[in-house]
Design a protein around this ligand. Structure first.
Ligand SMILES: Nc1ncnc2c1ncn2[C@@H]1O[C@H](COP(=O)(O)OP(=O)(O)OP(=O)(O)O)[C@@H](O)[C@H]1O
Length: 406
């Protein structure tokens, strides 16, 4: 039986099919991967996630046959590659791992050139490709091409690892906890950069992580695996969060499902609230009149370009007559963009002076604000969507389960 994702469009091309895949390591009593059958569609990021030791890495490494399966078949773009030449197979598949595995004695340029050289490209084509790849991962070629891996930061090395994996423009990429060993801020940035890159290159990507939050952020679809790579649910992040297929999935995503769901909604998905604004040249009486009897503790002062400049409350005006608004009150703090997630907005608003996140457009101009009521509203609407999806059974009707059909 094939485990296909729920709601899959039948017209989509299957890029990787794992058929009754089983792996038992020598001397072991149990299978590390037990009879896994899975279809992965072209151009999608599919994240394998599950508890430690459930078989994620083993499953992934059978795809490029770094680990040979005990039985079962691997079909790549329609070709049965179960017993194909492994070197040839690996040239069709980019591979990124946590420790990057850059060759320390080779320059960044030489590292990125590895696969194109193996493919016998001439040196002009190789060097043009190296520059193109370094640019793709935001590393200026002139600055980094001739450095050695130890002269880069962890995040930069990881970018080079991605560039190297893309070397021969493979259709498929395997990524094993690629951002696992990196500090949270750099990790978030690399994830965003990678998603932007993927929107251009549209590879079929199998991505392993043990972090459900990373799975939700990165995956077009998520496979939640139980012991021996048994599929607990294969579905979109939205469906996993709002309609977990069984108790195992519900436990795995944990109690914070509503908050995690905020990572999937964007500021542009909600109607912004407006806050009273004035220009920097407004006079103090105008500001006092706006605030008198109002529930707002301050006005938002905008500069000539409509960009947030200060928060000014009535108390800031006391004893300040004649001073420009741009010198009073508080800094506006960090603003959010329409493309940011509601989770980003929540993070900002809890730390902001008036409990609201200011939303600005690409030119930095004020568009509106997000407050806690809007976040609550978004969570409520997610809950009601989930309740509808779950009606009929404790864990939802028609949801793909292990071995289940869509
Ligand atoms: N070379 C090996 N020899 C014997 N057993 C192995 C070998 N490699 C992995 N295993 C076992 O196979 C099972 C699956 O391991 P695997 O590394 O695929 O899990 P994982 O889900 O990727 O775990 P983690 O999240 O901890 O990296 C585990 O029980 C592990 O102990």
């Amino acid at each position: 039986m094939i485990t296909s994702p729920t709601n899959s469009q039948n017209a989509r091309k299957v890029m990787i099919r794992l058929e009754n895949l089983t792996k038992r390591f020598p001397g072991q009593k149990h299978n590390a991967v037990d009879d896994l059958t899975l279809d992965i569609y072209e151009g999608e990021i599919v994240v394998l996630v599950g508890p430690s030791g459930c078989g994620k890495t083993t499953t992934m490494k059978t795809i490029n046959r770094i680990i040979e399966p005990t039985s079962g078949r691997i079909i790549l773009d329609g070709d049965d590659v179960t017993s194909a030449d492994p070197d040839q197979l690996r040239r069709r598949i980019g591979y990124v791992i946590q420790q990057v595995g850059l060759f320390p004695h080779m320059t960044i340029g030489e590292n990125v050139a590895t696969v194109p050289k193996l493919l016998g490209w001439d040196s002009k084509r190789v060097s043009a490709r190296v520059d193109e790849l370094l640019e793709m991962v935001n590393m200026a070629p002139a600055e980094y091409r001739d450095r050695y891996p130890k002269q880069l930061s962890g995040g930069q090395r990881q970018r080079v690892g991605v560039a190297r994996a893309l070397g021969a423009d493979p259709d498929v990429m395997l990524m094993d906890e690629p951002f696992g060993a990196i500090d949270p801020i750099t990790r978030d940035r690399l994830q965003n950069e990678f998603l932007r890159l993927q929107s251009e290159v549209r590879k079929t990507i199998v991505f392993v992580t043990h972090d459900i939050d990373e799975a939700i952020k990165m995956g077009d679809r998520i496979v939640i695996l139980q012991e021996a790579s048994r599929v607990a649910q294969y579905d979109t992040p939205e469906r996993i969060l709002t309609a977990p297929a069984n108790e195992f999935v519900a436990d795995f995503i944990g109690k914070g499902a509503s908050l995690k769901r905020l990572n999937l909604s964007h500021v542009s998905d909600i109607d912004l609230t407006q806050w009273p604004t004035v220009r920097t040249n407004a006079d103090h009486t105008e500001v006092r009149n706006m605030l008198r009897g109002s529930a707002f503790g301050a006005v938002l002062v905008l500069d000539d370009g409509g960009r947030p400049s200060r928060w000014v409350g009535a108390e800031d005006l006391d004893g300040a007559s004649g001073r420009p608004l741009s010198e009073l009150g508080l800094e506006p703090g960090v603003t959010v963009r329409p493309t940011d997630t509601l989770s980003d907005a929540l993070n900002e608003l809890v730390a902001a002076p008036y409990g609201v996140a200011i939303v600005t457009g690409s030119n930095g101009a004020y568009q509106g604000i997000v407050d806690i009521n809007q976040i609550n509203g978004a969570i409520r609407s997610m809950r009601s969507t989930a309740a509808q999806a779950n009606s009929g059974s404790a864990y939802g009707a028609g949801v793909a389960t292990a071995g289940g059909q869509p």
